[in-house]
Design a binder for this molecule. Structure first.
Ligand SMILES: *Cc1c(COP(=O)(O)O)cnc(C)c1O
Length: 356
């Protein structure tokens, strides 16, 4: 046996997460789309009051306490909700449950890089359909690719556009397989695709507490779909995938909608201001409904700028890929962080790089 692994595992490239600095490092971290504001204090107070009995026992396999909170807040039945160790886990479970052989995985590009990694692990073909310059949903090509799973991030990363609900509706009506709408950034967007869940039995919406709720370290996400879709996913997931602490903290965070909305409102305001400041520095800025901006620096030297910012203690995301390597993805931070970023950019661009 030449390798320990299946041939597609040998052949695949590993997913490369954005750099993480140790907590306490003095760095402005605008590279992995965390919320710059702290989590809900009501959620944090749960940690002071965890009963030891709660940790001695196995957790609830369905995380019902958290599911009930989602059900109450979003007005969907509890048995339409599946909870995951981050929405990444739900993506993983969905893809493992649905794809093999002719049952393919399909998504438009560019999008969330993890889809490619998860697809590459499966014994099936992964079909990438190009978005094109205008980021209009390529419905015909997506339908023709005939996936067992079609993945659409809306708002999309790295550019931040929200896919119009009518385009998603049209796609859902024409697909035979599952349409997964990855709504990781929905808390910063104008609308959600929730209404489609009642119209079509092949649609699942994926949500996370990592972005809107400032809880990326907790690892909690969920999927909403009719029980027919969820039945297969429950078979595939680990039985104790949600730890007791995440379930309890997540419940309080979910119920504290007031605080979450307040934070997201601030991020949206900062997003508008940051976009204007960057445009003043001659950046091209894409329209975003997420908590980040996709930008093209004036001299298009994105990689040099990314490295220079890192020297100054500011991390942004640079993708070394054709079509993306002249652009940057910048998470919207606090007012103060954004100010430091634009001051630094202004210095770099109009002192150093301009001379090269
Ligand atoms: C951040 C992100 C996720 C994953 O969120 P987790 O719940 O932290 O796993 C999923 N999809 C997209 C598009 C994201 O940007």
């Amino acid at each position: 046996m030449a390798s320990f692994f299946r041939s597609n595992v040998d052949a695949m490239a590993p997913y490369v997460p954005g750099e993480q600095a140790p907590p306490g490092t003095k760095i402005i971290k605008l590279n992995t789309n965390e919320n710059p504001y702290p989590p809900s204090s009501q959620a944090m107070s749960v940690l002071q009051n965890i009963d030891s009995e709660y940790l001695r026992r196995y957790p609830d396999p369905y995380a019902n306490e958290f599911r009930q909170a989602v059900s109450d807040v979003l007005g969907v039945p509890r048995d339409w909700i599946i909870v995951g160790n981050g929405s990444d886990e739900i993506l993983n479970v969905l893809i493992r449950a649905c794809s093999e052989g002719v049952r393919k995985i399909v998504y438009p590009m560019p999008t969330y890089v993890l889809y490619r990694t998860l697809g590459a692990m499966q014994p099936t073909e992964t079909i990438e359909v190009s978005y094109g310059e205008d980021f209009k949903l390529p419905i015909e090509e997506l339908v023709a690719a005939n996936g067992a799973v079609t993945l659409i991030a809306s708002p999309n990363s790295p550019d931040g556009h929200a896919v119009p609900i009518d385009d998603l509706r049209c796609l859902a009506s024409r697909l035979e397989g599952v349409l997964a709408i990855d709504e990781a950034y929905v808390d910063f967007a104008e609308e959600s695709a929730l209404a489609l869940l009642n119209e079509f039995d092949n649609v699942i919406s994926l949500r996370t507490l990592s972005k809107g709720y400032s809880l990326a370290g907790l690892r909690l996400g969920f999927g909403i779909a009719n029980p027919k879709i969820l039945s297969g996913l429950f078979k595939v997931k680990d039985s104790y995938n949600i730890d007791a602490i995440a379930c309890a903290v997540g419940e309080k965070a979910m119920r504290d909608q007031f605080y979450k909305n307040e934070c997201c409102q601030k991020v949206k305001l900062n997003r508008t201001k940051l976009a204007l400041s960057l445009q003043k520095l001659d950046f091209k800025v894409w329209e975003s409904q997420a908590n980040f901006l996709f930008v093209q620096p004036p001299n298009a030297k994105a990689e040099a700028l990314y490295l220079e910012l890192k020297q100054h203690g500011i991390l942004v995301r640079y993708f070394k890929q054709p079509g993306l390597d002249d652009k940057l993805r910048i998470t919207v931070g606090t007012d103060e962080q954004n100010q430091t970023l634009t001051d630094t950019l202004s210095n770099i661009l109009y002192n150093c790089l301009s001379q090269t």
